[in-house]
Design a protein around this ligand. Structure first.
Ligand code: HEC
Length: 185
């Protein structure tokens, strides 16, 4: 009897722990720099490497230069790009990490952490839309790689950099100072 009660008590504690933990687990935070370095940039670079190695004379993706391995790698990297971009679009909190000061390699024209955060907070919807655009383009590349459609895959791989450029121009590079100040108030 005592044993049975003890087991019940453990179940009770576990149930209330799970109920309490759930709402916390739903709040997602994305770190912009980590998303770029660990996810988005590495997947994009892999995609561009695979497709540039298999480019034909006219710049098209030449299906005869694609192997089983390169098709499945292309699909996997595009899937990874899609899920990182979707995480960035859907995160509850977007946290700017800022340039990696430890490496002493801050490129010229790149904003500070506080400026990046202010630009995101001023227009979070446009930031999310740009991340969604990237996720959708990556999704189309996944489909093209699955179908082994070289013409579509070549085109999709080349055009994933449109949202990279668009988002970096608005949220990563230094803006004209008056513009940032205005959007902060
Ligand atoms: C929705 C916005 C957005 C999109 C889309 C986006 N980026 Fe970024 N990217 C950022 C922001 C913001 C930073 C600065 C992050 C920081 O310093 O915290 C950044 C930084 C970077 C960096 C520098 C990382 C470092 O070492 O500090 C690289 C590389 C990069 N992005 C590559 C890419 C590539 C490649 C793509 C497209 C496939 C892309 N990004 C798409 C917002 C975006």
């Amino acid at each position: 009897m005592r044993k049975a009660l003890a087991i019940l008590a453990v179940y009770g504690a576990l149930a209330s722990y799970l109920a309490a933990a759930e709402p916390v687990a739903r709040h997602t935070v994305i770190d912009t720099r980590e998303a770029m370095v660990a996810g988005i940039n590495s997947a994009a670079v892999a995609i561009w490497d695979i497709s540039s190695e298999a480019r034909g004379e006219e710049g098209e993706l030449d299906p005869t230069r694609m192997t089983d391995d390169s098709w499945s790698q292309l699909r996997d990297e595009a899937q990874s790009l899609e899920s990182w971009a979707r995480m960035m679009a859907e995160a509850d909190t977007i946290h700017a990490a800022g340039p990696d000061l430890a490496s002493c390699e801050v490129s010229e024209g790149v904003a500070s952490r506080a400026e990046i955060q202010a630009m995101i907070d001023a227009r979070p919807e446009m930031f999310r839309a740009s991340a969604r655009d990237l996720a959708e383009r990556a999704g189309l590349l996944v489909a093209a790689a699955r179908a082994r459609d070289a013409a579509a895959a070549g085109h999709r791989a080349a055009e994933i950099d449109v949202p990279c450029q668009g988002c970096h121009t608005r949220y990563w590079y230094n803006q004209n100072p008056p513009q940032v100040e205005k959007s902060q108030d």
